[in-house]
Design a protein around this ligand. Structure first.
Ligand SMILES: Cc1cc2nc3c(=O)[nH]c(=O)nc-3n(C[C@H](O)[C@H](O)[C@H](O)COP(=O)(O)OP(=O)(O)OC[C@H]3O[C@@H](n4cnc5c(N)ncnc54)[C@H](O)[C@@H]3O)c2cc1C
Length: 498
């Protein structure tokens, strides 16, 4: 690894990439491949951000993201470019379920965030009941513009689906899925951020069902909407780290950037060669270990690839009032992910397919989603061995003050008991606590941005302001939209813009 040029406590570098999550690493890789000399500055001791890994009872598992959208090509292309093509896998075709009003309802196989392609499909009729299913089918008869908002007007995902297909589609099918993916209510999310292209497809095809079918077309009629990697999605991070090393890109972990300033041009108006001044805040523990003599950096260009609160602070510090007025960073949600490893042959039948998403109004279950990881990913079942199962339960929804009840948050044993009880209810199987051979808890803070209505417009205005400062770029989930497909595509575009 080549160290940056250091002069006293000042380092002069070409491009500072702030944040070593997938957005920052992809941007750094693209920049290095295009001949720039990026340096990755990551606050924590490990790379990857929300794409993490951990070891539970001897099995290496994803600790955050575990799949990616297949309808958009970004992550598939990245995996191929990184040489991981042979590892791309589809989940088992077992379908998934929603937990609504104390019962498990199968979700439509061909849908988008719970919105069905065909409201009269027998599975959808069973889930909704005949009246609600007939109401949803009205979507095909309504004028294309009905419920779609005026051109340029911001609209929530929930409002669009409710207008076209009725309340019950939202409360039974959409709300659990959107809650599972975005930890937020459909009414609080900007349709153009969570389902880009949906409004345009509706205008062209004339109905929401047909628009969903068009967006899903690359997957085939009932193809799975996601893909994973054999070995786990965190292989993207391991491989990116390797590729960056091969290209000699310095990766400085334990380097939180606490301040960013734009140095004004001198009296002659001559442009500064390295106009961006960064200050690192080295954690005391790292200083005690003798780390990071460098406290200040000057860079020709900067890519900000950190979560919403940190990005807002850096942008305001660098650009001041003009950007502050535009910057309404999205609310974020804290999430707690629990993993259970069980020796329980009763789960071999995969009673809820690949998993189950819980409607917000449920009072009998605290978790918002359960993924039966060994049922979903055959490679993982093989790695775990016969009769051994991996369940992931996530806690925390947008609008909740905290992801877990106070008493459970304080006591890991209480969380373990809660996760086992929730899993038993959701899977409809009596689970013996003695069958649990592994348990892990990972807390993600400010991890999931909730792009409220109007977010797409605000982001466009912010991007215009940022573009007015050559050498500055912003990427990451809070600006691109949540999820690896959106984040990776945006990071690649961002790097190209520099
Ligand atoms: C539990 C969980 C499960 C998920 N599951 C999926 C899934 O299955 N599929 C999917 O597509 N998406 C999933 N997501 C969402 C997806 O993981 C994220 O959208 C994506 O990883 C965000 O990447 P990012 O690089 O923008 O941000 P992050 O991953 O948050 O990375 C930002 C990085 O910046 C660093 N940083 C912060 N402040 C500073 C600073 N001041 N200086 C330097 N560095 C700093 C952080 O330490 C972090 O490493 C999941 C998210 C979570 C939390």
């Amino acid at each position: 690894m080549t160290a940056p040029d250091v002069d006293g406590d000042l380092a002069i570098i070409d491009v500072a990439v702030i944040g070593g999550g997938i957005a920052g690493l992809v941007a750094a890789w693209e920049l290095a491949r295009a001949g720039r000399r990026p340096v990755v500055l990551e606050a924590s001791p490990v790379l990857g951000g929300c794409v993490g890994e951990h070891d539970v009872a001897g099995i290496t598992l994803d600790s955050g993201a575990e799949s990616f959208a297949a309808a958009r090509p970004a992550v598939l292309d990245l995996a191929r470019d990184l040489g991981l093509e042979d590892r791309i896998v589809a989940p088992a075709a077992l379908g998934s379920w929603a937990w609504v009003d104390g019962r498990a309802v199968p979700l439509p196989t061909a849908g988008l965030l719970g919105v069905p392609v065909n409201a009269l499909d027998p599975g959808v009729r069973r889930a909704l009941g005949p009246w609600a299913s007939a109401r949803a089918a009205l979507d095909r008869l309504l004028p294309a513009g009905y419920g779609a908002g005026a051109a340029g007007e911001s609209l929530s995902f929930g409002a669009l689906v409710r207008a076209r297909m009725g309340d019950r589609v939202v409360s039974t099918l959409v709300e659990p899925v959107v809650g599972g993916v975005h930890s937020a209510d459909p009414d609080d999310l900007d349709v153009d951020v969570v389902a880009p292209g949906l409004r345009a497809a509706l205008a062209e095809t004339g109905s929401l069902g047909a628009a969903v079918a068009r967006l899903r077309a690359p997957l085939g009629p009932a193809g799975a909407a996601v893909r994973g990697l054999e070995g786990g999605v965190h292989l993207l991070i391991d491989t990116l780290r390797e590729r960056l090393r091969e290209l000699g890109v310095p990766i400085l972990t334990g380097s939180a950037i606490s301040d960013l300033k734009l140095v004004p041009a001198d009296w002659s108006g001559a442009p500064e060669a390295n106009p961006w001044r960064l200050t690192t805040r080295t954690p005391p523990a790292a200083v005690a270990r003798g780390a990071a003599a460098v406290q200040h950096l000057r860079a020709t260009a900067v890519v900000i690839a950190v979560p919403a609160p940190e990005a807002a602070a850096l942008l305001i510090s660098a650009l001041g009032a003009p950007v502050e007025a535009l910057l309404e960073a999205p609310d974020t949600t804290d999430v707690v992910l629990t993993t259970l490893i069980l020796d329980e042959p009763l789960l071999d039948a995969a009673p809820r397919g690949t998993g189950i998403l819980v409607a917000r109004r449920s009072t009998d279950v605290t978790a918002k989603a359960l993924t039966h990881a060994t049922a979903k990913w055959p490679w993982l079942a093989a790695a775990a061995g016969p009769g051994r199962h991996v369940l992931r339960l996530s806690y925390g929804r947008g609008g909740d003050e905290r992801p877990l009840p106070e008493a459970v948050a304080r006591d890991p044993d209480a969380l373990r008991r809660l996760a086992i009880a929730d899993a038993a209810t959701l899977l409809g199987v009596a689970l013996d606590p003695a069958s649990v051979t592994g348990f892990a808890r990972v807390a993600w803070s400010s991890a999931l941005p909730r792009p409220g209505t109007g977010h797409a417009k605000r982001v466009a205005a912010l991007r215009t302001e940022v573009a007015a400062h050559p050498g500055l770029a912003v990427c990451g989930a809070w600006i691109a939209g949540n999820g690896l497909a959106a984040v990776v595509a945006d990071a690649r575009r961002t790097a190209a813009s520099l």
